[in-house]
Ligand binder design. Sequence first.
Ligand code: SF4
Length: 436
Amino acid sequence: MERVAIVIPPITDFYYTPHRGAFLGARYVKNFLEKNGFECKLFDFPNKKQKKTKLPEELGYLKPYIEKNDGLFFKEYKRFGYSHEKCKKEIEDFSPDRIILSLFAFAYAREFLDFAWFLKKEFPEIPIFAGGSGVSCFPEYFEKTGLFNALFCGEIETTGKEVLKALNGKIQGIIKPARFTEENELDFIIARTLSTKRKNHYSTLLSRGCPKNCAFCSNFIVQGRKFRTVPIEKIETTIKQLKLKNANINFEDDNILLAKEYLLEVLKMIKKTALDTTFSFENGIDHTFLKPDFVEQLIDLGVKQFNLSIGHIDKNILGKNKRPVHVERLIETVNLLEKKEIPCIIYFITGLKDDSFEKTMQTMKFLEKLHCLIGISPFYPVPGIAGFENKNIFEEKSPVLTKGSSFYPWNNSLTTKELIEGFKITRQINLSKRKH
Ligand code: SF4
């Protein structure tokens, strides 16, 4: 049987959240290839080890903030993953016939390409392929390196046949889907990401595609805008096999509140199989869908924390970004969660087009009064999203600058200094909220 190594290369950043490092896209590829007769192994290197590393040159402008070390900003840059040599050794032990490198975010393209060059040198005979969201948004960027035999864009369910041809050396270049996946083609993939004494953490996806048009979102590039859910029977079969114990299941990047009844049905089914399971939505759920009776149902079914995403609080900015907001509903939900003693984090984005330091502060002041922690995310672009359709800028500027933690003023609405100031004030507010 031919062997395919599916590799997520190490990344560098100020932080990384291992219990969210499920790499579900790469797991879907593994699942597909195994069904088609390949032996596969997934190498999720970012989950393996972390070590201090040098700040990339492009981020020299962050040095004064790191050196100031007031406890509110990051102290060091880190590498998440083994050294190149150790990664090579692990891959070599599997003796693959093909290597597929998976890039989950364009922001890590620099590390990804460094790793690909290294592997090409070490394994000159093995064909190397690339795929993932980070490749799908700008495949030409990777194609021009000449490193890869083919580049896989979009969902594996629709490109599968072409991917198999490419793996067998029959076609080369960029493989793009002609259509998006149908509902009945979606398999259920769930990954255990972390185990602690108290919990076994899992991550999964119940749906794909979102019909909404938030300007800052890149979800549509890989998944399209047609909302589809995984058939419940497939979920039930897998959950029964898993024999969950002390599990928390995180639904990741999933706009699942578009199918509320479906979600309730899935949670009930899981609780019936494993009563002690809890649930979370780490990347945030859309508060506009939440009404008190629905929130109570979710709590009763084991949702242990509510991460809500609002985009911003300024209606003008939200309108321009096509992001709906329902302030009364947000306040009602947070008050209910307080009464029920359920933790809540509300996420917003700073540095959107037409934002300003004053408007970011207004959002923070509004959230400071609510019973929640605040999650602040500096805006970063993904090639192809609204306002960044022309991808030339990503040829001119380093991908390192597209990491949220680089605090780069992509929209020139807040300066780096102001973005960092907003971030630090948020941390201060959260510290004092935790104390109380
Ligand atoms: S941010 Fe959420 S609601 Fe908006 S388009 Fe993306 S997935 Fe849909």
